[in-house]
Design a protein around this ligand. Structure first.
Ligand code: ZN
Length: 269
């Protein structure tokens, strides 16, 4: 508690920049020059006021509210101070009664401003979150559709009753055939073979990618043909390799690093 309660109200107004009575102002400043207690009290009040002002810093409404508060403080009736002895006993209580409504208003106004800002920020955040949620839902729906399609293709290829059938001209006998679909961008290859010669247990068919830059043939996976000469393979490799062609060789089970001649299948010229 301040050792000089007669300056309590003036200090509070002074800290808020609302002490507009010149006599009060010069009396207080003269006293502050000699009294450390009141200087410390002023520092504390200024810190409070700065905190309140800082909390209320924002767009237009807070600025208007601050002016309203200062006007209210300035308009508040002052305690008569020409006869100090009259207030020797009742001073504290009277001053508190005088300052209390102003402080209550100040606190209420600051809380309203803080609530108003919180509400505004919450609304903005909610709108933003809502937009993000809609985007995520749209992405999810698209991903689900793509996934369902991919799953259907995979399920068909792996179905125990999957029936690969090659339709050929009635006039020519069935020929061994391999169809490949390659995407450089996806680094993926799909192969479907029909009418191949079935291989012994320890042999496999291996597909080779022939790079367009003339580099060594790269393995593009291997597969076995069933008893009817049909085979399927999906192979994932590094993306970005430009192929000028593909070739198939017969290799030992487990695959080879380099093709073993001869080439048994190659693109029709
Ligand atoms: Zn003092």
């Amino acid at each position: 508690m301040n050792a000089h309660p007669q300056f309590a109200e003036a200090l509070a107004l002074y800290a808020m920049g609302a002490l507009d009575d010149h006599r009060d102002l010069s009396a207080l400043e003269a006293h502050l020059g000699t009294c450390g207690d009141c200087r410390r009290e002023l520092e504390a009040l200024r810190a409070d006021t700065a905190l309140l002002a800082l909390s209320a810093t924002g767009p237009q409404p807070p600025a208007r509210s601050r002016q309203r508060l200062l006007n209210a403080v300035a308009a508040e009736p002052r305690v008569e101070r020409r006869n100090p002895e009259r207030y020797a006993l009742g001073r504290l209580r009277r001053r508190w009664v005088t300052i209390a409504p102003v402080m209550m208003m100040l606190i209420l106004a600051v809380f309203s401003i803080l609530l108003w800002r919180d509400l505004r920020n919450a609304r903005q955040a909610l709108r933003h979150t809502h937009a993000q949620l809609e985007q995520i839902q749209a992405d999810l729906a698209r991903t689900n559709t793509e996934l369902a399609e991919a799953k259907m293709v995979r399920d068909l290829l792996h179905a125990p009753d999957a029936w690969p059938l090659t339709l050929v001209s009635k006039k020519t006998p069935p020929q061994p055939q391999i169809k490949t679909v390659y995407s450089k961008q996806q680094g993926a290859l799909l192969l479907m073979a029909s009418n191949l010669t079935p291989l012994p247990e320890d042999k496999i068919y291996q597909l080779w990618l022939l790079p367009a830059d003339g580099g060594a043939p790269m393995s593009a996976g291997w597969f076995k043909a069933d008893s009817k000469g049909n085979g399927m393979m999906f192979h994932k490799m590094s993306a970005g390799v430009i192929a000028k062609g593909f070739a198939v060789t017969v290799e030992n089970a487990g695959g080879s690093q380099t093709p073993t001649m001869p080439i048994v299948m190659e693109p029709a010229s």
